[in-house]
Design a protein around this ligand. Structure first.
Ligand SMILES: Nc1nc2c(c(=O)[nH]1)N[C@H]1C(S)=C(S)[C@@H](COP(=O)(O)OP(=O)(O)OC[C@H]3O[C@@H](n4cnc5c(=O)[nH]c(N)nc54)[C@H](O)[C@@H]3O)O[C@H]1N2
Ligand SMILES: Nc1nc2c(c(=O)[nH]1)N[C@H]1C(S)=C(S)[C@@H](COP(=O)(O)OP(=O)(O)OC[C@H]3O[C@@H](n4cnc5c(=O)[nH]c(N)nc54)[C@H](O)[C@@H]3O)O[C@H]1N2
Ligand SMILES: [Mo]
Length: 777
């Protein structure tokens, strides 16, 4: 079954082809696109076992995003990008034992993320001793004792940090945070720190819980769905089916985005005849092309119009009974918004008054409103305040805690929400720590730990010397790549638990280990038999996930096995945890989860019910708000927007259609008309004219910041693109070199990846440019 790695072909960035962007998403081409690489890489049998069991009730949970499964699952309930994710994981191509001798770390450092990922699955633990440039295979026992000895030699547990990426299962996450707290630190940074942290903060402070207040079925019941700062056609493609159903039921949809994203315009559903041969469904009734960072102003302006309408017709607009019984802070909001500077709103949003009026009219007409959002809102300096304004707007008309209405952050990684529920957070509340300590007879550390940005800052200052990652690619994902890599290089030991190679395996501490692990699609056999794991989706539904294909290598351990064996090598007897028992049978872990994690009582029983179970959620279920006063808090937020010095642009960093975060599947961004390359910057044609630049020209993109450090992306091709005026876009993770580490959102400390001030200079070395043609199908 195992295959040698084929030579990896990378495109020449000078041959990028640029065609017209698409105005529709998915449809049959989407499904076909997904099947071809799967069949090519995995063959018929493995393709059948993976693609056709993904998202089925006895199959595994798709690892591509946290979008929920409807109860009525269909055979096609996977999407093009889900298929890419599973093909990437379940590939039979492996990194062989002799790979390491031929590829020193210095060679890995010169390789792209694409090349690294294409080497195939990691199959055996490897170790790089201090002072050496090569990893070499080691036994599992050797690996655990190297790590355990290192951890026990540190002066303080706070000199270690333990990262988690959001694919880790609930069982592994629970065991991991127990090990880390048993060892003695709360340094548990995670990908969420760079992702929906702003949502968690804003919602926690206003409605008392940082999770969506809707269930899957609410989409079909809504009158109005407002999608802000999110590109579902690429990043949550199955959401388009829910939006189509909502439209069929009469809902209006508004998209707020600086870019006219394909999936927000029209959707061709591959499961319906009209999606295969017809025009598909028009998705957005109104497209609001907002400037980067302008959402806070837009939301305040709409709330002001709602309050004005109430003032004109008292008693008829606001949900007075709801506000009276469940909310506080309305009067302060009224006073604040009465002073709203409409000129500042137009400046911040770049919109016309009529567009804002139209959105307000739609909001006032609708009885049931859902607002969804993703990275366009969270990765902003004022991301927390912006999301608080969403809550304000929803509360005014009682749009929380009733069918068809609510606040819905759409999570990214498939189990990032579950990981948080299980205690992966550097700031878990005392009630959780108390329960954990009681359950396992130890005293958990109480000081808050370091988040992702603080971990890098602490490494730079010599504080954190040991770094372990349960999945992910922190140096690839975090801002200020050069600074982050220098900090990581300065540590004493790095340990990566991974399925495939990435940049974080090349940017090491003086000693480094790679511990390969099973993917979610693979069968997990332990002493007590085949194990399943559990995950939580973006609407708080928890369900089991069963691996289906043979593991790609016999030596692979599950994440749970790696954590429990490491705990035995590092902190035997420190807690009362039966680590060996955990590894044998994950039911034992779930028994503890039942007693420690709120809402997970009888976990082993509930997880075995058909379809799993839904975690309780006070605002959604009963309009109870677990805030200090028991009321939802309407907040007052000072309007702020970005100043853009003359001659500069605001840049957002986003995902192409051919990537999963730092994993690059390919070099096309079909919906945006890009083929064979990623080094492009999308710029509005009017901005180009003002800056004296042209489509196709090569430029160096300079990040402008106060610290005077040089941050530059060289030789990028300009693509004239209908982005909002003054707002450019380039692909993450490459563009991370431009984002200063200190540029973080107020409150959540999330890197501001969607608002970087840049200057474009003609490239130092001019390269020939391929002509613009109509690329794409
Ligand atoms: N195929 C695939 N699926 C994925 C991922 C992937 O990389 N590939 N990543 C997963 C993860 S971890 C996450 S968090 C999600 C990310 O899902 P998204 O948040 O959809 O991801 P981005 O590509 O960052 O897109 C941000 C969107 O917000 C818009 N935007 C940017 N700034 C602003 C702003 O100021 N205001 C408004 N209104 N809009 C703005 C952009 O134009 C873009 O459409 O997707 C998940 N799913
Ligand atoms: N500039 C900019 N930066 C960003 C963002 C942005 O929009 N712009 N988005 C941010 C967001 S939303 C996020 S979530 C982060 C993502 O940050 P991360 O989660 O750290 O990054 P990923 O690229 O998702 O991690 C991919 C790696 O995970 C490993 N992996 C995959 N599956 C498994 C598994 O089952 N188990 C284990 N142990 N390992 C596995 C593989 O080795 C793979 O190389 O990036 C953030 N960074
Ligand atoms: Mo994310």
């Amino acid at each position: 079954m195992v295959r040698e790695n084929p030579p990896v072909k990378e495109p020449d960035e000078n041959d990028i082809e640029v065609g017209m962007p698409k105005n529709w998403a998915a449809g049959m081409p989407g499904v076909l696109h997904s099947m071809v690489p799967a069949l090519e890489h995995m063959g018929v049998e493995r393709t059948r076992k993976t693609l056709l069991s993904m998202n089925h009730k006895d199959g595994f949970d798709c690892m591509s995003c946290a979008w929920p499964d409807p109860d009525h699952r269909k055979a096609f309930e996977f999407c093009e990008n889900g298929a890419k994710a599973v093909t990437w994981e379940a590939t039979p191509v492996v990194v062989s034992s002799d790979f390491w001798a031929g590829h020193p770390v210095s060679d890995l450092l010169s390789r792209s993320e694409y090349w690294l990922g294409m080497q195939g699955r990691l199959t055996e633990p490897v170790y790089k001793p201090a002072g050496e440039d090569h990893y070499r295979p080691v036994s599992w026992d050797e690996a655990f004792s190297i790590v355990g000895n290192k951890l026990n030699s540190l002066d303080s547990p706070d000199q270690a940090a333990f990262y988690t990426s959001g694919r880790t299962s609930n069982e592994a996450a629970f065991a991991y945070q127990l090990f880390v707290r048993g060892y003695g630190t709360n340094n548990l940074p995670d990908c969420s720190n760079m992702c929906h942290e702003s949502s968690g903060w804003a919602m926690g402070q206003t409605i008392g819980i940082g999770k969506a207040t809707i269930s899957y079925d609410d989409f079909g019941k809504a009158d109005l769905i407002i999608i802000m700062g999110q590109n579902p056609g690429t990043n949550h493609p199955r959401m388009l089916t829910a939006l189509e159903e909502a439209k069929d039921n009469g809902a209006e949809i508004v998209a707020v985005n600086p870019l006219p994203e394909a999936g927000l315009k029209r959707y061709k559903n591959p499961q319906q005849v009209k999606g295969i041969i017809g025009h598909g469904t028009e998705i957005a009734d109104q497209f609001i092309q907002i400037r980067l960072g302008g959402d806070m102003a837009l939301l305040q302006a709409v709330s002001k119009r709602v309050l004005d309408a109430e003032a004109r017709n008292p008693g008829t607009v606001l949900d007075h009974a709801f506000l009276q019984e469940h909310c506080e802070g309305l009067e302060e909001l009224k006073l604040h918004l009465a002073e709203l500077d409409e000129d500042a709103v137009l400046e911040a949003t770049g919109l016309r008054v009529e567009e804002i009026d139209e959105l307000a009219a739609r909001y006032l007409k609708a009885d049931k409103v859902i607002v969804t959002w993703a990275m366009g809102l969270t990765q902003q300096k004022r991301g927390v305040a912006t999301i608080k304004e969403i809550i304000n707007l929803l509360l005014l008309r009682g749009n929380i805690g009733k069918p068809g209405a609510g606040a819905s952050p759409i999570r990214g990684h498939s189990n990032v929400q579950g990981d948080r529920t299980m205690g992966i957070w550097e700031q878990m509340p005392p009630s959780f720590l108390d329960a954990l300590g009681k359950e396992f007879d130890f005293e958990p550390p109480r000081d808050h730990g370091a988040d992702a940005v603080k971990t890098i800052q602490s490494m730079r200052e010599g504080g954190i010397k040991f770094f372990m990652a349960m999945g992910g690619n922190l140096v690839g994902a975090i801002s200020d790549s050069n600074a982050a890599e220098a900090a990581m290089h300065g540590t004493e030991m790095t340990v990566q638990v991974s399925t495939k190679l990435n940049r974080s395996h090349a940017v090491t501490g003086s000693e480094a280990l790679i511990l390969p692990t099973l993917g979610r699609s693979e069968i997990d056999r332990q002493a007590a038999g085949e194990q399943f794991v559990s995950v939580e989706d973006t609407v708080c539904a928890v369900h089991p996930s069963f691996g289906k294909v043979e593991p790609v290598a016999a030596a692979l351990l599950s994440e749970v096995a790696i954590i429990t064996r490491l705990a035995r090598a590092t902190i035997p007897g420190k807690t009362s945890a039966d680590w060996a028992g955990f590894e044998k049978n994950y039911d034992l872990i779930r028994e503890h989860i039942s007693r420690v994690v709120d809402g997970c009582e009888d976990y082993n029983t509930k997880i075995r019910q058909e379809g799993g179970f839904v975690l309780p959620n006070g605002p959604r279920d009963s309009r109870t708000f677990p805030t200090p006063t028991g009321k939802a808090v309407i907040t007052v937020n000072e309007l702020e927007h970005l100043d853009r010095p003359a001659g500069t642009l605001i840049l957002q960093t986003l995902r192409s259609h051919d990537q999963f975060n730092t994993t690059i599947y390919g070099f096309n961004d079909r919906y945006r008309g890009i083929k064979k390359g990623r080094h492009v910057i999308f710029v509005n044609p009017e901005d180009l004219a003002e800056l004296g630049l042209t489509d196709g020209q090569r430029v160096d993109v300079h990040g402008i910041s106060d610290d005077g450090a040089e941050r530059v992306l060289r030789n990028y091709r300009i693509v004239a693109y209908p982005s909002a005026k003054g707002c450019a876009a380039a692909y993450y993770p490459e563009a991370n070199v431009l984002v200063p580490l200190e540029n973080v959102a107020h409150g959540s400390n999330t890197p501001v990846s969607k608002a970087v001030i840049v200057r474009l200079d003609p490239a130092r070395e001019q390269e020939p440019v391929a002509p613009t043609t109509a690329a794409g199908e």
